[in-house]
Design a protein. Structure first.
Length: 239
C-alpha cells in the first residue's frame, strides 16, 4: 500500500470523527433548545395560572372587605336603633315616682272617682299647702274573734272616723287568735260625719284622702303593736 493511500484513509477518519462530533453537538444543542422551549412554556403556563389565582384572590378579598364594610354599617344602624328605643323607653315608659302616680290615678279611676275631678285635683296640686300638724292615733283591728272596744278612732273633732277589720292571725297549729294578721289584707273604712264612707283594702301600710267641708284629711295607716293599726292624719286646706 502506498503512502498516499494511508494519508487519505487517515484524513477520512479524522473528518469522519469531526462530522460525528458536529452531529453529536447539533443533536445535544437541538435537544437542549427543545427542552428549554418546553420548560419555558411550562413556566409561562404556571405564571398565567398563578396570575389568575392571584386575581381571584384579589376579587375575593375585595368582596370580603365590601361585605365587612356593609356589616359595619348594619351594626352601626342597629346600635343607633337600640339607642333610640332606649331613649323612647326612658321617655315613654313611666318608672319610679311617675309609675307610682300612674298606678294611683288608675286605682282612683277604677274606684269610680270622676275623671274631671281627678284632673282638677292634679292641676291644683302644689308643694306649698296649708296643713296642720300631723295627728297620730291607733285602734284595734276587728277580727272574727274580736269586735269590742277601741276599734275606731276619730279625727278633726269627729269629722272623720277610721275603723278596720282583718283576718285572725293563727298559731303554728292553725288556731286563730283574737288579733289580726298584719301580713294579710285588711279592710279600712273612713266615715265622714255626714255618713259618707270610703272603703279601701289591702296589706298595710295604706293611704287614703277624705275631703270634707273644704278640708282634705290625708291618712296613713300602718301596722302598730299587736292587734293595733296606727293612723297618722294630716289636715290641709282643699284644694
Amino acid at each position: 500500500m502506498s503512502l498516499y493511500d494511508s494519508e487519505r484513509r487517515y484524513r477520512r477518519r479524522v473528518w469522519g470523527g469531526v462530522i460525528r462530533f458536529v452531529i453529536f453537538v447539533g443533536v445535544v444543542v437541538a435537544a437542549a433548545m427543545t427542552a428549554y422551549e418546553f420548560g419555558a412554556e411550562d413556566i409561562q403556563g404556571e405564571r398565567r395560572l398563578y396570575q389568575a389565582q392571584l386575581a381571584e384572590f384579589e376579587r375575593a378579598r375585595g368582596a370580603a372587605e365590601q361585605e365587612a364594610a356593609d356589616l359595619r354599617v348594619e351594626v352601626e344602624k342597629a346600635r343607633l336603633a337600640v339607642r333610640e328605643w332606649e331613649r323612647r323607653y326612658e321617655t315613654d315608659v313611666p318608672t319610679g315616682t311617675r309609675l307610682e302616680l300612674l298606678d294611683l290615678v288608675t286605682e282612683r279611676l277604677a274606684a269610680g272617682v270622676d275623671p274631671e275631678r281627678l284632673a282638677f285635683l292634679i292641676k291644683a296640686a302644689e308643694d306649698k299647702r296649708e296643713c296642720e300638724e300631723i295627728e297620730t292615733k291607733r285602734f284595734l283591728v276587728r277580727t272574727p274573734l274580736y269586735d269590742g272596744a277601741n276599734t275606731a278612732v276619730t279625727f278633726a273633732n269627729d269629722a272623720v272616723a277610721v275603723t278596720g277589720s282583718g283576718e285572725s292571725e293563727t298559731t303554728d297549729a292553725g288556731l286563730p287568735q283574737a288579733w289580726y294578721d298584719p301580713q294579710k289584707p285588711v279592710r279600712l273604712v273612713f266615715t265622714r260625719i255626714d255618713g259618707q264612707q270610703t272603703l279601701i283594702s289591702g296589706i298595710l301600710p295604706l293611704q287614703q284622702s277624705v275631703v270634707h267641708d273644704g278640708v282634705e284629711h290625708h291618712f296613713m295607716v300602718k301596722p302598730g303593736a299587736r292587734g293595733f293599726a296606727q293612723v297618722a292624719a294630716e289636715r290641709c286646706a282643699y284644694p
